[in-house]
Design a protein around this ligand. Structure first.
Ligand code: CMP
Length: 140
């Protein structure tokens, strides 16, 4: 199986609770390598563009508000089968519905404040890694 790269974000609720280290340790223990990382504060425009597919949904305005409310840890993770593997490690959107041992079950607070983001497909991973880290980060 080929190495893949995917986007992983530690969201503001988790950064606020000092969970960056524990969450990144947990993904490393699950076999992912941190290929790129940057602490950032998203602008409204960045959050709106990043989540463009959710524009018009009832939670969109609150989502942008939340994602710009504090720092986020942006990372590009590498592993074999990284996209699907990370989605499995992250769990369902709603922490209450997430399987035991998943990151959202362990750390998430609510459907919105679910602590982490992971690209949901190969196409999203390409778009999202490029959006935050540039084209070169897809294959370095
Ligand atoms: P994420 O995987 O980053 O993708 C979109 C985000 O929108 C999601 O995680 C949640 O933070 C948020 N979200 C999705 N569905 C809902 C919902 N029904 N109510 C509130 N927030 C949501």
């Amino acid at each position: 199986m080929a190495l893949e790269r995917t986007l992983f974000i530690v969201k503001p609720d988790a950064v606020r609770r000092n969970l960056i280290g524990r969450i990144l340790a947990s993904v490393e223990e699950r076999g992912f390598r941190v290929a790129e990382a940057r602490l950032a504060r998203l602008t409204r425009e960045e959050a709106q563009t990043f989540y463009a597919e959710h524009q018009g949904k009832p939670f969109f305005t609150d989502l942008v508000e939340y994602m710009t409310s504090g720092a986020v840890m942006l990372t590009c993770l590498e592993a074999e089968n990284a996209v699907a593997g990370l989605r499995e490690a992250v769990g369902a959107t709603d922490p209450a519905q997430s399987a035991p041992g998943t990151l959202r079950k362990l750390f998430g607070e609510s459907k919105q404040m679910n602590s982490v983001h992971a690209s949901d497909s190969q196409a999203s991973a390409e778009r999202e890694v490029k959006f935050f880290f540039g084209l070169a980060a897809l294959s370095r």
